[in-house]
Design a protein around this ligand. Sequence first.
Ligand SMILES: NC(=O)C1=CN([C@@H]2O[C@H](COP(=O)(O)OP(=O)(O)OC[C@H]3O[C@@H](n4cnc5c(N)ncnc54)[C@H](O)[C@@H]3O)[C@@H](O)[C@H]2O)[C@@H](O)CC1
Ligand SMILES: Nc1ncnc2c1ncn2[C@@H]1O[C@H](COP(=O)(O)OP(=O)(O)O)[C@@H](O)[C@H]1O
Ligand SMILES: [K+]
Length: 511
Amino acid sequence: MKIFSAPQIYQADKSTIEKQQISSDILMERAATQLFEWIHSRLRGTQVKIQLFCGIGNNGGDGMALARLLLEHDYSIKVYVVNYSEKRSEDFLLNLERLKERKLWPDFLTKESELPEISPDDIVVDAIFGIGLNRPPDAWVGRLIQHINASRAFVLAVDIPSGLPSNGAPWNPSHVIQGSYVLSFQVPKLVFFLPGTGVYINQWELLDIGLDTEVLQKTETDFELIGRPEVLPMYRPRLKFSHKGTYGHSVIIGGSYGKIGAVQLASNACLTVGSGLVTAFVPKCGYDALQTAVPEVMVLTGSRDKSISGIEIPFEPTAVGIGMGIGMDDDTVAAFSAFLKEMKKPMVIDADGLNILAKYPEMLEDVPEFSILTPHPKELERLVGKWKDDFEKLEKTKAFSTKHNAIVVIKGAHTITVYKGKGYVNTTGNPGMATAGSGDVLTGTITGLMSQGYLPLQAAIFGVYLHGLAGDVCASKNGYEAVKASGIVEHIGSAYMELLRQPEAEKSDNT
Ligand SMILES: NC(=O)C1=CN([C@@H]2O[C@H](COP(=O)(O)OP(=O)(O)OC[C@H]3O[C@@H](n4cnc5c(N)ncnc54)[C@H](O)[C@@H]3O)[C@@H](O)[C@H]2O)[C@@H](O)CC1
Ligand SMILES: Nc1ncnc2c1ncn2[C@@H]1O[C@H](COP(=O)(O)OP(=O)(O)O)[C@@H](O)[C@H]1O
Ligand SMILES: [K+]
């Protein structure tokens, strides 16, 4: 699903109005009707007090139109106009008039107004600012937002939480509606998925307001949300007459004394995701452990006991994952550098492999094109430098990806795979995966997909999704706290099955 920027949403609005030959007011009425249906289907007339805080733009207009629909269905409502500007939108004014015609006069809140009483049992509708927010809210509006947050009432935010800009970090973190349930129109907004801004949101849901499908399809967006519909077509089924050679020979290179487990996890994931053969390359101290823990994996060792000082692979690997637990000894760095020069195929680089690249950036020249780099935020910072907010982080990552023609997987709650100008935002995974070694499992997963013929960008997007799904299945059985990296590997098979499972609705359609 595409993630539209605010200007693209305005453009889609405009095109819809032209193509469907409707007035903007009709679009607002659709939005309000969807909001109303959502609330009404849950409350079914329950007499809970609903307090609507409406700005003076179109987000406020949505709130006004919703107030009218609630009033018509005898809900107990209180409507406030948060009068932060005299520049009221036409559709806001139209809906204000319609409300007045029904004998409901909202209270106008200004700088001088007292803060209204809000009980924790009330429902608050936040329609103060939408995607039009482009400068810091006035201090008194910020205080009102703080007051709503402090009320502990259930807050439904219309389109986007007020105070949260759609294209950057908030100016004042306490002047943002927090923990709301967001009902967003038609398309998700990027801020919902970024660590610095996603924290303001409890849950989000999309409401279809019938924007023109052709415009939605044709618009090229910088970000895409990756769910099952995007991932399923990438799946490469196993062939009946295949053999292990069909699915490639992966090599996982890493490990040092005390960190052999990282290679074990990555190799096991690589095999479990479907690589035909897997060889691990480790220092000598890793030999017994690996052969015992994962008997299906073949093991090659370097000449040293505790770290890697030279990498020799006596065959041509189909895919390589390198860096987990490898350390940064001078000899290891030299071995890594020599290996980069030798390898021409794209590979997956993780952990200390990335730290070495950050320390010796000239080595980036030797990273094969289309390689996949899988940094967590700290490793990314070492590669691209500091950023002021998530948006700058994404810009820097895009520039890095373009410069080096590499795929960068920014790991996190919503992992974002960046290739050149585009970001693919993952939707699977859970906080249980914030656990030692889960990144090693991801590296093995992506490597194993590449060895089966997935192209690098597909392997990264598909691998991130599958890894998150395996974590989700694991958490659904064990609970978040007990998710371990090895548990994620154990559930890769169930994740495939979950991905390929035919939904009930489709099944009954076919019968
Ligand atoms: N396609 C869609 O998604 C639709 C969107 N609609 C609604 O329209 C909203 C956008 O409406 P608007 O463009 O009118 O913008 P908003 O209602 O978000 O903001 C109102 C106006 O306030 C001004 N403003 C921005 N920051 C301010 C600040 N800090 N202090 C004072 N004034 C400030 C801006 O000029 C802005 O136009 C969406 O979020 C959504 O709720 C719906 O009405 C219909 C269709
Ligand atoms: N809160 C979270 N929600 C979803 N996924 C998460 C969360 N925290 C971590 N993960 C995932 O777990 C993995 C952690 O990787 P990393 O930090 O490299 O761990 P390690 O170095 O221990 O292997 C990443 O794939 C990341 O996306
Ligand atoms: K809002």
